[in-house]
Design a protein around this ligand. Structure first.
Ligand SMILES: *[C@@H]1O[C@H](CO)[C@@H](O)[C@H](O)[C@H]1NC(C)=O
Ligand SMILES: *[C@@H]1O[C@H](CO)[C@@H](O)[C@H](O)[C@H]1NC(C)=O
Length: 376
């Protein structure tokens, strides 16, 4: 206990002596300097939560490396994404965070955000250091109120997803405003908003590790532009199709948009073994797509103590906002290729499950100006 507080206290003293900006003195906040890139008038800072203490993993270094039984084991909760309660796999450790917008940038409009885990001294965690981010799902409810979805059906019920992370997409930010600045939008955060996060991590090291969760947010310091909605939409309920012989696809039924607006970002979410998420959009009465795109998995870092490559990022699907009309249909396809990339080996044996999703960030079309002010 005593040793712990000395270790935790030290970086604060060092930082306070050498740096004078508030964001850099916090224990567990990365030391990397932040620069706003979305808009010149925007601000950018880390919002740090924790510590989260991970138990040591006695079976560390004994991940099964993806050989073994049938490909569609585990996981299988794809359709319920974003609704909380997404389980981990055998070796995961879960934490939850409940706070309010006041602890973020409120009142503000978040233009982009990214999850970064760091140790008390500000060094970022990595898979090489044995910290595997299975996922962080964050929901922000406006004054406790749900943001209604923008697509029909069960998957589209809610659209409260705030900056999160999957094992596959921690390396680039989620954006809530187009980089080309062609329209003004952001994720609105007010002081009374409730933020809930489900944090699921794996420690691939035998010794315990303590980490801090950071939201690296770029934001306008006011309520500004259109308030975006953000949903995780899955290609199927349950596991994706897989084969050890090569690529196979799982394709969704059409998902219908329930309002006009602009798709700001579509970014795939896959687990290890996945190669790409494809999307096609068509107008209601037309089956010929007016828009297609692909979000590809990039494999990078090795998981600590194993030789297994894991997904380090997914490319963004769209480069500019796509104008959507109510009634448009989206079809998505998840492609897994276990010949090219095995499923994640779980420490102690077994394999990770599959998911095939798109995180879609949607800016509803501006409502026609009301004649009368003050109606509720
Ligand atoms: C910061 O802490 C981590 C975890 O304890 C350690 O591995 C790393 O070497 C430290 N970095 C520095 C620069 O002291
Ligand atoms: C999966 O679907 C995509 C998009 O339609 C296509 O480009 C790809 O070739 C398909 N892969 C397989 C294995 O059928």
């Amino acid at each position: 206990m005593k040793l712990n507080s000395i270790v935790l206290g030290l970086p604060m003293v060092v930082s306070a002596a050498t740096l004078n900006t508030k964001q850099n003195v916090r224990v567990g906040a990365p030391t990397e300097k932040l620069v706003a890139t979305m808009r010149p008038e925007a601000k950018r800072a880390y919002f740090t939560f924790g510590p989260y203490e991970l138990k040591g993993n006695p079976t560390a270094g004994k991940a099964s490396g993806g050989h073994g039984h049938s490909g569609s084991s585990g996981g299988g909760m794809g359709g319920m994404g974003g609704m909380g309660g997404m389980g981990g796999e055998g070796d995961t450790q879960s934490f939850s965070l409940k706070t309010t917008g006041e602890k973020l940038c409120a009142p503000c409009s978040v233009l982009s955000g990214q999850i970064k885990f760091a140790y008390a001294n500000g060094t970022l965690t990595s898979t090489e250091r044995g910290i595997y981010v299975h996922h962080v799902l964050t929901n922000v409810l406006a004054n406790g109120r749900q943001r209604s979805g923008f697509v029909s059906g069960l998957m589209g019920l809610m659209a409260n997803g705030f900056v999160g992370a999957g094992d596959d997409n921690g390396n680039t930010p989620f954006i809530y405003a187009p980089r080309d600045r062609s329209l003004e939008s952001g994720f609105h955060v007010n002081a009374a908003d409730t933020l809930g996060a489900n944090i699921v991590l794996v420690n691939y090291r035998p010794e315990p590790q303590t980490v801090y969760l950071n939201y690296d947010l770029e934001y306008m310091p006011s309520i500004w532009g259109r308030d975006v909605k953000s949903s995780l939409l899955s290609a199927a309920f349950g596991a994706m199709k897989t084969s050890r012989d090569g690529p196979v696809n799982t394709t969704s039924s059409p998902i219908t948009f329930s309002e006009d607006g602009s798709m700001i970002l579509a970014k795939g979410h896959l687990h290890d073994g996945g190669s790409a998420m494809y999307m096609s959009l068509s107008r209601s009465k037309d089956t010929t797509p007016y828009y297609t795109c692909v979000s590809r998995a990039t494999y990078g870092g090795k998981i600590g103590g194993t030789d297994q490559e894991t997904i380090s990022d997914m490319t963004d699907c769209n480069k500019a906002p796509v104008e959507i009309k109510k009634g448009d249909n989206m079809v998505m396809t998840a492609e897994y290729d276990l010949k090219a990339h095995p499923l994640r080996g779980i420490t102690g044996g077994g394999e990770g499950g599959t998911m095939g999703m798109f995180r879609v960030i949607f800016a509803p079309a501006p409502q026609p100006a009301k004649e009368l002010k003050g109606e509720e």
